[in-house]
Design a protein around this ligand. Structure first.
Ligand code: NDP
Length: 339
């Protein structure tokens, strides 16, 4: 727990040596750097927010997490991000965004946030190694793919297993693929995949879909799509790349093998919002509830990207909301300064 009374806030222009001296003299007291704006997360939302905020001279500090980059690092080539006619690797796109933010003065720490106190100002953020105080925060922690949890699945991510049809469908031209799931994403992904794949088989664990009727109808009326109900993926087969799946009927326990080259997992995402549970409003699936796109009920706390967006979840939409959050944060800080 952060002990509020033990906080000493050091403004950026104060000397680092002062902070260190303070810490050694006061023993148990914590050293805290005061920031104007802290951005939590370093996927496209966080990095786009960093570019916009840095260009607004806010000198943002980005707490990028111990595995910075977000979900783009799970994909190979990204063909749908504007400006890259030949496509770009997810890792390269992230690297370019980061360099662009650094060029304007954004600073980065690859620390995971363990605790956040937004009940009073300045806001406090704690990582494993440090504590920070900030006048404004942009939360851009993204969402994590909900995977099936199979060992074979992990082995083939990027080699036939994908969680993003929009990103990867084009790699499966004239191939046979399965989509796992029974929600709107599974329906939408299946229909999208038919533009490229020879066949799409939806594998769903129950006998009926949870997807909305209109989405179901769209998928079920597509001649390239068929459905296997009451069935789960038991194992993904292959050597270097996916070559098939072992399916298990959950009613009969019957096992069958299906030769496919692609496995699209569409069983939902898990927003990375646990650290603000009970501090900000979350919807029933854990996504942060926003107003006016990137605002929250707490002045000075902004949200960008997939942690608040279960609908689009694209690099470009995340980047756009990062820009919006940075613009609103800039206005907020400006208003604070001038009362
Ligand atoms: P959902 O949570 O709605 O659906 C997840 C699906 O995956 C369910 O059918 C669920 O099965 C299945 N599932 C969950 N865990 C497992 C598992 N371990 N093994 C096998 N199957 C599993 O997620 P979606 O991503 O589909 O949708 C998220 C939200 O985004 C929804 O609100 C949706 O409406 C919205 N959305 C809207 C779109 C649009 O309007 N165009 C497009 C895409 C999404 P079960 O049904 O048995 O629980």
């Amino acid at each position: 727990m952060i002990k509020m009374e033990a906080f000493k806030i050091l403004h950026r222009d104060e000397k680092r040596e002062d902070a260190e001296a303070y810490e050694s003299q006061e023993g148990s007291q914590k050293m805290v750097d005061m920031e104007d704006l802290i951005i939590i997360g370093s996927g496209p939302a966080g990095l786009s927010a960093a570019i916009y905020a840095a260009r607004n001279d806010l000198k943002p500090l980005v707490l990028g997490g111990s595995t910075p980059g977000g979900q783009l690092l799970l994909t190979t080539t990204i063909d749908n991000y504007p400006g890259f006619p030949e496509g770009i690797y997810g890792s390269e796109l992230i690297e370019k965004m980061r360099k662009q933010a650094e060029r304007f003065g954004a600073r980065f720490e690859n620390d995971d946030v363990s605790e956040i106190d937004i009940a009073s100002r300045p806001f406090k953020i704690k990582t494993a190694s440090k504590e920070y105080a900030a006048k404004a925060i942009i939360i851009a922690t993204g969402a994590t793919t909900r995977w099936l949890g199979l060992e074979s699945e992990r082995r083939f991510i990027g080699r036939g297993v994908s969680s993003c049809a929009t990103c990867d469908a084009a790699f499966f031209r004239d191939k046979d693929v399965i989509v796992v799931g029974g929600g709107d994403t599974a329906m939408e992904d299946s229909v999208y995949l038919t533009k490229f794949a020879r066949s799409v088989t939806i594998v769903h664990r129950r006998g009926e879909f949870r997807a909305t009727k209109i989405m179901q109808d769209r998928a079920l009326s597509n001649p390239k799509i068929r459905v296997i109900y009451n069935t789960v993926v038991d194992e993904i087969l292959g050597d270097e790349k996916v070559a098939g799946v072992k399916l298990k009927n959950v009613k009969t326990n019957e096992i069958a093998e299906l030769p496919v080259q692609g496995v699209f997992v569409a069983i939902g995402t898990v927003p990375n919002s646990g650290f603000v549970k009970e501090k900000l409003e979350l919807d029933e699936q854990g996504y942060i509830v926003t107003s006016n796109e990137v605002n929250t009920a707490i002045d000075g706390i902004f949200v960008a990207g997939d942690v608040a967006d279960k609908r689009y979840q694209q690099a470009i939409t995340a980047a756009a909301s990062g820009a919006k959050a940075a613009i609103d944060a800039g206005r907020f800080l400006q208003n604070e300064k001038h009362g």
